[in-house]
Design a binder for this molecule. Structure first.
Ligand SMILES: O=CCCCC(=O)O
Length: 495
């Protein structure tokens, strides 16, 4: 094929605003290539098609981005909260106006069904809307003095340059819920999206530029995770690192940040228990389990990973879940009524297969699915395992795929122990109607988030985050901005 006859990357994407498909990074208000000119292909996990190429940047470009963010910081922090809020609001509006195009780009690079992608754009934009409002409420305190001639005043100041590293499973919302509070608080940002899904990040930076966010306030680099992460964590200008991803990588980043004592927010792995008690509304529990387990084809840190069902309703729950799963439509997220897209890559498929093989070798039964889907590639059948026990790998590790393992339990006390028997502590869920039990269980599970009679817990108005090895800090809600401010105490004497 001649180069003239070759299709431009992304040409097949039915987006109206072609300028959203950016293939360069954004540093100091300029769209730029890697110094080396090297690029990385971005592919569609549903088809294998190359959608675009992005710059393969490293430490040098990241350093420049950090310096640009630092240069932009004084003017940005000096703006009034309302001035920052107006720009954020404009960015939110542009994002919502481009919802359809942004969703198409997101589905194409990530695989989730278009309806879910549209939901993610609205969800991602909602953080910008929320923090535009919160920018105006970064209040301080006046504390009664400890001596007669003293007054104590507490103010909150932006931490400074923030580095944000985001994952492939939510290529829009994980960026906005870091950048929006940072900007609202008066910080500037250098972001690095996952290499598999950079196009959503670059598209929203394009919209930030159109919204009038000044140059240097947001910078976005793509490329080598080790080189970019190394510069972000090593550079003393960066005062805070915010990361969403695996616990394994989070620990490495935290260790690297220790050398310059950076603040960190870590939103790491989960191993969410989903408990169904005898007194639960079973249909509601099945619906909640479907939403929690199969959201984004099981590739969400808050997806149910272990489904504990009480003895008396175990068989009925398994049957109902099986019937619901049988109706799921699997396919290319950009096509028709798809409810389950492909997994991100073949490594993800291998992990699901490992968990199934391990469980089956120890006595679990495949009640639905259990193998790669006939569509090929990284499509996998939604799977249910019954007879799953605590000695199986799926009890300890996050599968991050469409596998619902059903564990049987007898008592409330027993299941609380099982639910807490993990180093993770992000999301947990349970279904019960007895009000005493609801309080007892909610208070005893060691998790940052507890879904009670619901499988969906995410919202910009709520504090999202985990305990134990699931991380630190909270994203969203009135608490979310705290991660981007430093408290200053002024002791005023001589009064
Ligand atoms: O993997 C974690 C993404 C979090 C998605 C959410 O906010 O619900």
């Amino acid at each position: 094929m001649t180069s003239a006859a070759m299709k431009a990357p992304g040409a097949s994407l039915p987006i109206k605003d072609k300028a959203l498909l950016r293939q360069q990074c954004y540093i100091d208000g300029q769209w730029v290539n890697a110094d080396s000119g090297k690029t990385i292909d971005v592919t569609n996990p549903a088809t294998g098609e190359v959608l675009a190429t992005i710059p393969n940047m490293g430490a040098a470009e990241t350093k420049r981005a950090i310096e640009a963010a630092n240069a932009a910081w004084p003017a940005w922090r000096k703006k009034t909260a309302k001035e920052r809020a107006v720009l954020l609001r404009k960015w939110y509006e542009l994002m919502m106006a481009a919802q359809e195009d942004l969703a198409i780009i997101l589905t194409a690079e990530q695989g989730k069904p278009l309806a879910e992608a549209k939901g993610e754009i609205a969800y991602g934009a909602s953080y910008i809307e929320w923090f535009a409002e919160e920018a105006k409420r970064v209040y301080g305190d006046v504390i009664p003095g400890h001596q007669a001639d003293k007054r104590i005043v507490v103010t909150k100041e932006p931490v400074g340059v923030v580095a944000a590293i985001t994952p492939w499973n939510f290529p829009n919302a994980m960026i906005t819920r870091k950048i929006a509070p940072a900007l609202a608080a008066g910080c500037t940002v250098v972001g690095k999206p996952a290499t598999q899904t950079p196009l959503s990040a670059l598209a929203i930076v394009e919209l930030a530029e159109r919204a009038g966010i000044p140059k240097g306030v947001i910078n976005m680099v793509t490329g080598s995770a080790t080189a970019i992460g190394g510069e972000m964590t090593g550079n003393p200008i960066v005062r805070k690192l915010t990361f969403t991803g695996s616990t394994e990588i989070g620990k490495i980043l935290m260790a690297q940040c220790a050398a310059t004592v950076k603040k960190t927010s870590m939103e790491l792995g989960g191993n969410a228990p989903f408990i169904v008690f005898d007194d639960a509304d079973l249909d509601a529990a099945v619906e909640g389990a479907l939403m929690s387990k199969f959201r984004n084809t099981g590739q969400t840190c808050v997806c149910a990973n272990r489904i504990y069902v009480q003895d008396g309703v175990y068989d009925a729950f398994a049957e109902k879940l099986k019937a619901a799963v049988a109706k799921m439509k699997i396919g290319d997220g950009l096509k028709g009524e798809t409810q389950q897209g492909p997994l991100i890559d073949m490594k993800a498929v291998a992990k699901v297969e490992e968990h199934i093989a391990d469980a089956v070798s120890k006595g679990a039964k495949v009640a639905a699915g259990g193998k790669r889907h006939a569509l090929g590639g990284s499509f996998f059948e939604p799977t249910i395992l019954t007879g799953v026990t605590q000695d199986m790998a799926v009890a300890k590790e996050e599968t991050f795929g469409p596998l619902a393992p059903l564990f049987r339990f007898k008592t409330e006390e027993e299941v609380i122990k099982l639910a807490n028997d993990t180093e993770f502590g992000l999301a947990s869920y349970f279904y019960a109607r007895d009000i005493g039990r609801v309080w007892r269980v909610a208070e005893q599970v060691e998790y940052g988030i507890v879904g009670i009679n619901t499988g969906i817990i995410s919202s910009e108005v709520a504090p999202f985050g985990g305990v134990k090895e699931s991380g630190n800090g909270r994203e969203g809600s009135k608490y979310g901005i705290d991660d981007y401010v430093e408290i200053k105490y002024m002791c005023m004497g001589g009064i």
